[in-house]
Design a protein around this ligand. Structure first.
Ligand SMILES: CC(C)(COP(=O)(O)OP(=O)(O)OC[C@H]1O[C@@H](n2cnc3c(N)ncnc32)[C@H](O)[C@@H]1OP(=O)(O)O)[C@@H](O)C(=O)NCCC(=O)NCCS
Length: 156
């Protein structure tokens, strides 16, 4: 149904830019960073993870390509480190969602991790991302920690 293909150099730059902006916004929404610090912090973290960009050892930046249509439907960023595989990002373009592409891509990420000797695969997801959480639950991921937060409402 899909295959994972290394991102081209032309795909990588716009992908990292969009991911940096989105990660900043997600963290502001989640209350972890203020709006003024978010973009700098996001850039720092992503640069820290990918110091050599696409050439960073143990990191694999894939485009998800649908078969047999050959449409480029999404992206998947996987790292395989001593602690196991770690999915830093999976994203399907809106017009291709709910066709099973993320599920199929995630199963391939599992296969890549296993091939490279990992005995588990993990990820982080924001609590409000219910669609993604359902996807991971369907794939058999279990919650290993839960961060909680309460927003104060005036007078309560
Ligand atoms: C989350 C995301 C990757 C899912 O991609 P997708 O290709 O639409 O997912 P799939 O079609 O493979 O869905 C597989 C299963 O996951 C669950 N699921 C996926 N999206 C869902 C949604 N929006 N609401 C409820 N369940 C959802 C369902 O159980 C679904 O199976 P079903 O369609 O038979 O009910 C996609 O919505 C996306 O790119 N979101 C924005 C980026 C993002 O949040 N990524 C996750 C970062 S941690």
């Amino acid at each position: 149904m899909v295959r994972l293909v290394p991102m081209t150099v032309a795909e990588y730059g716009p992908y990292i830019e969009a991911t940096t902006r989105e990660y900043a916004e997600d963290n502001v929404r989640a209350g972890r960073w203020t709006a003024s610090e978010a973009l700098v912090e996001s850039r720092k973290q992503i640069q820290g993870l990918l110091p050599r960009g696409q050439e960073t050892p143990n990191h694999f930046l894939f485009t998800i390509v649908a078969e047999p249509s050959e449409e480029r439907v999404g992206v998947l960023w996987l790292a395989v480190e001593p602690r196991g595989g770690f999915v830093y990002d999976v994203r399907i373009e809106e017009r291709f969602r709910r066709r099973g592409y993320a599920e199929a891509g995630m199963r391939l990420a599992e296969a890549v991790s296993r091939e490279k000797g990992a005995d588990r695969i993990s990820l982080h997801v924001f609590g409000e991302n219910t669609g993604a959480r359902k996807l991971y639950a369907k794939l058999g991921y279990l919650e290993t920690n839960v961060a909680m937060s309460k927003t104060f409402v005036a007078g309560k």
